[in-house]
Write a protein that binds this ligand. Structure first.
Ligand code: DHB
Length: 514
């Protein structure tokens, strides 16, 4: 049985929270005029299938609701749905490990990639690296979570290519984050009717999905997103979450072009990945080349602009020492990034890896004692052309992300708008750009930031600068947030590759909360 003890109280709390966090409405906004509608329903005794889920040598029987609407006025009913999996044991008053129906954390993985529309995840689907030939694929994060006794809710979300029959675009920023927030509100609203503790939601995502996971964790209950949530008929409840797992988050997009050139600016040869989309899966093909003189000029201008931004963040290390950059891009922030790469190399060395071919690392008596950062970057090679995210030809996925209802692709930085090669190109409004960036919410009283974060970005990841996860993790930590940040050795752009460690971390942070 589901404990009913909190039923009345939590419903009351949910509607109060919804009422309190509502934005003072602009009378002209369409959302303000939208009448309230009943939140999407959930009945724990109906509409599910019983399924057996396996991960390694563990199995668990679950109730599976697939395609559950999490808003009552969807714009894209095919996408604004979640898959919800709840271990049957919790309906029988049983425990799994130390979890029961009241305390089980809720794992919230999204499958967003490339800022494309995303289907809800399933126990059978995988997001991790492909298995070696002849090997059975490792279990998905969803399967592992369920066999460990977590409840799993995996929301689908709108993305940058969705278009309605009338030709208007329906998945542009901030659609995906609004959808994830609506899914959280659904879970919080139905907390009393559903096993699992909606005060302990842990989001997970990779790349664009990692960025959305981070944004969800940073912008809890933000009034900025309220109009859009209300227009969708999201449940009246809070949307702050307990913990964030973010793999290689492609985030801080306004500053990611400058951060990219801070790291890769001296690398003029590239190995670019051509992305194409098949269904909602991102296909990648590698093409080699060298920057043109015009591209080198853009790279230099962007690189020169990065220290000023970095220094405005006022970052400090764990000992309180300022992390800064001089005009040439050197300084204590670079040393911090180098220290993280060297710590990763040390771990690989301790685990028996042979690093003798890495000429950019200095190793003495089994210790990594120095690294040549620029040589490391050249060895990794540049992947993106400058500007990496806000393309001057409006040719990136991010340009399409920041389109509007009527315009497919727009700029979202002053720099690229000024250097645009596209006649008549427009620029996304500041509010939308802000709503997509977790950096704007951390340390601000206007949002509730998740108290626990795990951020991973591989040392061979070239999709965004290492500066991005380091800035994010450092800003969180100096605002009193518990952050576990590491740069896994030799990992390219990927996620869900270390599920044992991920779930051990989830066990730790959820144990300390009780
Ligand atoms: C993804 C990768 C990128 O390089 C990017 O700019 C945006 C998204 C992704 O894999 O999700």
């Amino acid at each position: 049985m589901i404990p009913r003890r909190t039923f009345t109280l939590s419903l009351l709390a949910a509607s109060l929270a919804g009422a309190c966090s509502a934005t003072p409405m602009n009378a002209a906004s369409s959302a303000a005029r939208t009448p309230a509608s009943p939140p999407p329903p959930f009945d724990p005794e109906r509409g599910y299938q019983r399924r057996e889920v396996r991960a390694g040598d563990r199995t668990v029987v679950v109730r599976a609701w697939e395609g559950l609407a999490y808003v009552s006025r969807p714009v894209e009913p095919q996408w604004q749905v979640m898959n919800l999996y709840i271990p049957e044991a919790y309906f029988q008053g049983e425990r799994i490990g130390r979890h029961d129906a009241r305390t089980a954390p809720i794992f919230l993985p999204n499958s967003i990639g490339g800022y494309m529309p995303a289907r809800p995840g399933t126990p059978e689907g995988r997001f991790g690296p492909p298995p070696a030939p002849g090997q059975t694929p490792p279990p998905s994060a969803i399967a592992v979570a369920l066999t460990r006794g977590l409840v799993v809710a995996s929301p689908g979300a709108r993305g940058r290519t969705l278009q309605a029959a009338d030709g208007t675009w329906t998945g542009k920023a901030p659609a995906a984050i609004v959808d994830l927030k609506a899914a959280v509100r659904f879970l919080r609203h139905h907390d009393a009717a559903m096993p699992g503790d909606s005060a302990r939601i842990i989001s997970n995502g990779t790349s664009a999905g990692g960025a959305m996971s981070a944004l969800l964790g940073a912008s809890g209950n933000s009034a900025d997103h309220e109009d859009e949530l209300r227009a969708l008929g999201a449940a009246p409840a809070r949307d702050d979450i307990f913990a964030v797992s973010a793999y290689c988050p492609i985030t801080d997009l306004e500053h990611a072009d400058a951060a990219y050139e801070w790291q890769f600016g001296h690398a003029h040869d590239y190995r670019r990945i051509e992305m194409s989309m098949l269904d909602y899966r991102v296909q990648r093909r590698e093409v080699a080349g060298t920057l043109t003189a015009e591209q080198i000029a853009l790279a230099q201008a962007l690189r020169a602009s990065f220290p000023a931004y970095l220094n405005t963040l006022g970052l400090r290390d764990a000992a309180g020492r300022p992390l800064q950059l001089d005009a040439s891009g050197r300084g204590s922030f670079l040393d911090q990034v180098r220290a993280l790469v060297m710590a990763s190399a040390q771990q690989a060395l301790d685990a028996g890896a042979d690093l003798s071919s890495r000429g950019w690392l200095r190793i003495a008596a089994g210790r990594v004692i120095d690294m040549d950062f620029d040589a490391y970057v050249l060895a990794a090679t540049r992947m993106k052309l400058p500007p990496a995210f806000d393309g001057v030809a409006l040719d990136t996925g991010e340009n399409q992300l920041f389109g509007s209802r009527t315009v497919d692709k727009r700029h979202f930085t002053a720099f690229s708008a000024q250097h645009s090669r596209m006649a008549g190109a427009s620029r996304a409004d500041e509010r939308t750009v802000r709503m997509m960036n977790p950096m704007h919410y951390i340390g601000q009283s206007a949002a509730t930031v998740a108290p626990h974060w795990r951020i991973r970005h591989g040392t061979m990841d070239r999709d965004t600068s290492l500066a991005v996860p380091v800035m994010l993790g450092t800003l969180l930590a100096q605002n009193g947030i518990d952050v576990d940040l590491a740069l896994p050795w030799d990992r390219p752009h990927s996620g869900d590759y270390d599920l044992d460690e991920l779930f051990a971390w989830i066990d730790r942070v959820t144990a300390s909360a009780r």
